[in-house]
Design a protein around this ligand. Structure first.
Ligand code: NDP
Length: 234
């Protein structure tokens, strides 16, 4: 399709699977990275998304190489789990800064080019945890729930300009983030999943790719769960 696609945190995990799926479609894909190296054929832009100056520099680099961003995927995220009584201000702020404030930041910057083009696609990677909550993840759940409010507000604000904003809400997915959890907790979580397994990063990428494509042009403000049924009812 050869669109200019920008994915935050596309150097590993879910973001990398999204980047590979969209590059395979012929899109010009750029990803942020701080660790490792993105694979060949994908433009890696060094960027910490919590720093407004680095985000501005990343957009400029992408615009120069690929043109204005037409598809934005706000994927980068972190966890800093703790029960509320042990959750520090820093744990709360860091998770909100990466998962929510940075998504606002990249969406705002991408909107500039999208308004001019009178079209655009934004996909925010949320979580089932943002809809159902999770003990030990008050910071993460609040940030992911915030993405739903952000996306739905943008859907209303930008719909008349043919810009869509949707959320994909993955359940437990086999990446470094999940690997950080203790095995007994993982086993207990998998037991609660109707499809009986964790998601593969490719399962999430398929939904993002679809929402960013022509077939989903009439879908905006939606929250699409990709969770094996774990979040049903929310
Ligand atoms: P990983 O931990 O595997 O990867 C996280 C990605 O985010 C990395 O690319 C990392 O880049 C990037 N990142 C984190 N902080 C920053 C920052 N400040 N600036 C730039 N990039 C940053 O996570 P996943 O692939 O599993 O997660 C991707 C998204 O999916 C996240 O939003 C996560 O919350 C969500 N999700 C994941 C689930 C799971 O079970 N895995 C379930 C539900 C949602 P770097 O390598 O440079 O650190």
């Amino acid at each position: 399709m050869s669109r200019s696609v920008f994915i935050t945190g596309g150097n590993r995990g879910i973001g990398l699977a999204i980047a590979e799926a969209m590059a395979a479609d012929g899109d010009k894909v750029a990803v942020t990275y701080r660790s490792g190296e993105p694979p060949a054929g994908i433009l890696g832009v060094p960027c910490d998304i919590t720093d407004p100056e680095q985000v501005e520099a990343a957009f400029r680099q992408i615009e120069e190489a690929h043109g204005p961003v037409e598809v934005l995927v706000a994927n980068a995220g972190i966890t800093r789990d703790a029960l509320l009584m042990r959750m520090s201000e820093d744990d709360f702020d860091a998770v909100v800064a990466t998962n929510l404030t940075a998504a606002y930041r990249v969406a705002k910057r991408a909107t500039r080019g999208m308004l001019r083009a009178r079209k655009g696609r934004m996909v925010f990677v949320g979580s089932t945890v943002g809809l159902r909550g999770e003990a030990g993840q008050a910071n993460y759940a609040a940030a992911k729930a915030g993405l739903v409010g952000l996306a739905r507000s943008l859907a209303r604000e930008l719909g008349s300009r043919n810009i869509t904003a949707n959320v994909v809400a993955p359940g437990l997915t086999r990446t470094d983030m999940a690997a950080a959890l203790p095995q007994d907790r993982l086993d207990a979580m998998v037991e609660q999943i109707p499809l009986g397994r964790m998601a593969r990063p490719e399962d999430i990428a398929a939904a993002v790719r679809w929402l960013a494509g022509d077939e989903a042009s009439y879908i905006t403000g939606a929250v699409v769960p990709v969770d094996g049924g774990a979040g049903m009812g929310h």
